[in-house]
Design a protein around this ligand. Structure first.
Ligand SMILES: [Zn+2]
Length: 58
């Protein structure tokens, strides 16, 4: 099973987003699980589907 990113980059502001309700010590999640992330800078919410390619670097 894939391991979610503990931190992703906010597409809007470039800040760090952290998962809601998941911590690295919780381990892997089932593929297809939707994990919400919250940006600490602009407070935007991003729903990330676990097991899909992350859209980073654009
Ligand atoms: Zn942001």
């Amino acid at each position: 099973m894939p391991l979610p990113d503990a931190e992703i980059t906010c597409v809007d502001c470039g800040g760090a987003c952290y998962p809601l309700g998941w911590h690295p010590e919780d381990g892997e999640l089932e593929a297809g699980t939707v994990l919400p992330y919250r940006c600490r800078d602009c407070m935007d919410r991003w729903d990330i589907v676990i097991g899909e390619e992350a859209d980073e670097g654009w």
